[in-house]
Design a protein around this ligand. Structure first.
Ligand code: CP
Ligand code: NVA
Length: 314
C-alpha cells in the first residue's frame, strides 16, 4: 500500500496532488460559487496578499485571481516581467525570497515550466502555476468543477480533441488522479510530453481512470458526455500558426464532428480562435458551457487560494 500523501506547498502540477486534497478543493469551489451567488463570500483571506507575475497575456487568469482575492477579503498585485527583471535585474530565486517576506502567495504565468518550479523551490510561500508551456492546472480545476456541475466524474467520458498542449496535459493529470474516462484525439506528432504521459499512466493505474489515446476525433467523441478543445497555436507558438492549421484541420470541433456526440456538452478554456479549432455554431450553441467554465475559474481558484494561503491547508 502506498503511503498517504500530504498536500504540497505549491500548486504547480496536479500530478503532485493527492486525490482527496483535490476533491476537497473542488467541493469548496462548488460551495464558494453558491456563496458568491448569494452575495455572501467568506472573508477567509483577509489581510493576505497575492503577487501575480505574468510573462504572457491573460484575461481570465489575471481577472479571476485578482477578483477572487478581493472577494475573500485579500489583495492582489500584478507584476510585469519588465518591472521585475528575472534573469536581468536579479535571479528567480532572489525574487522568490523577497516576495516571501512581503506577500502570502505567488501566481506565475511563464513560458518555461522550469521557471515556476524554480520560484516554488526558492519561495517560502505557496507558488501557483497560472499556466506554463507545459501545464495549466488552475484551468483543469475549473474544468472539473464545470464537469461535476453536470455529471459524476467517475461515470463521465470526456473527449479532448486537438493539440496535446498545456491544457490537455493538465486535464490528463486531473482525470488520471481523480478517475473517469478521458479520450485524447491528437495528431501523433502533437501528444503531451512523454514524461507527462508516463506519470499519468501511473496515476491512472492507481485511481482506475481510463485514458484512451487516438488520432481519430470521431472515435474520441462517439458517446462522449463532454467534448473539449483548445487553440491549435498556443501563446509563444505564433510563428508555427500556418503549419499548425494544416496539421490540425481534421481536428476541428464542428457540427459534423458533434453529430457523433449530440448529447455532449462543449468545453473550451478560451480564448477561442473561432473558425479554427471550433466553429462559432458549436461555441455559441445550446450545448456550449464555455462561459460557465470561464466563471468557474473564479470559484475554483478561490478554493485553491484558500487551501494554500488560508489558515486551513487542504
Ligand atoms: N483560459 C485562460 O487561462 O485564459 P487567459 O489566458 O485569458 O488567462
Ligand atoms: N493552450 C493555450 C491556453 C490559453 C489559456 C495557450 O497556452 O496559449
Amino acid at each position: 500500500m502506498s503511503p498517504q500523501r500530504t498536500a504540497p506547498k505549491d500548486f504547480v502540477s496536479l500530478a503532485d496532488w493527492p486525490a482527496d486534497a483535490l476533491r476537497r478543493i473542488l467541493d469548496r469551489a462548488h460551495e464558494l460559487k453558491r456563496l458568491y451567488h448569494r452575495g455572501d463570500p467568506p472573508q477567509t483571506l483577509r489581510g493576505r496578499t497575492l503577487a501575480m507575475y505574468f510573462e504572457k497575456p491573460s484575461l481570465r487568469t489575471h481577472v479571476t485571481f485578482e477578483a477572487g482575492m478581493t472577494q475573500l477579503g485579500g489583495h492582489a498585485i500584478l507584476l510585469r516581467p519588465e518591472q521585475v527583471g528575472i534573469g536581468t535585474r536579479e535571479t528567480a530565486a532572489d525574487v522568490a525570497r523577497n516576495l516571501s517576506r512581503w506577500v502570502h502567495g505567488i501566481v506565475a504565468r511563464t513560458y518555461d515550466h522550469s521557471l515556476v518550479e524554480e520560484l516554488a523551490a526558492a519561495a517560502a510561500i505557496p507558488v501557483i502555476n497560472g499556466l506554463t508551456d507545459l501545464l495549466h492546472p488552475c484551468q483543469a480545476m475549473a474544468d472539473l468543477q464545470t464537469i461535476t456541475e453536470r455529471a459524476d466524474l467517475a461515470r463521465s467520458v470526456v473527449a479532448y480533441v486537438g493539440d496535446g498542449n498545456n491544457v490537455a496535459s493538465s486535464l490528463l493529470n486531473a482525470i488520471s488522479v481523480l478517475g473517469g474516462e478521458l479520450r485524447l484525439a491528437t495528431p501523433r506528432t502533437h501528444l503531451p510530453a512523454p514524461h507527462v504521459r508516463k506519470r499519468a499512466a501511473e496515476l491512472a493505474a492507481r485511481s482506475g481512470a481510463r485514458i484512451v489515446w487516438t488520432d481519430d476525433p470521431v472515435e474520441a467523441v462517439r458517446g462522449a458526455h463532454f467534448v473539449y478543445t483548445d487553440v491549435w497555436t498556443s501563446m509563444g507558438q505564433e510563428e508555427e500558426a500556418e503549419q499548425r492549421k494544416a496539421v490540425f484541420e481534421p481536428f476541428q470541433v464542428n457540427a459534423r464532428l458533434l453529430s457523433h456526440a449530440p448529447e455532449a456538452w462543449i468545453l473550451h478554456c478560451l480564448p477561442a480562435h473561432r473558425g479554427e479549432e471550433i466553429t462559432s455554431d458549436a461555441l455559441d450553441g445550446p450545448r456550449s458551457i464555455v462561459f460557465d467554465q470561464a466563471e468557474n475559474r473564479l470559484h475554483a481558484q478561490k478554493a485553491i487560494l484558500e487551501a494554500l494561503l488560508g489558515c486551513a491547508r487542504a
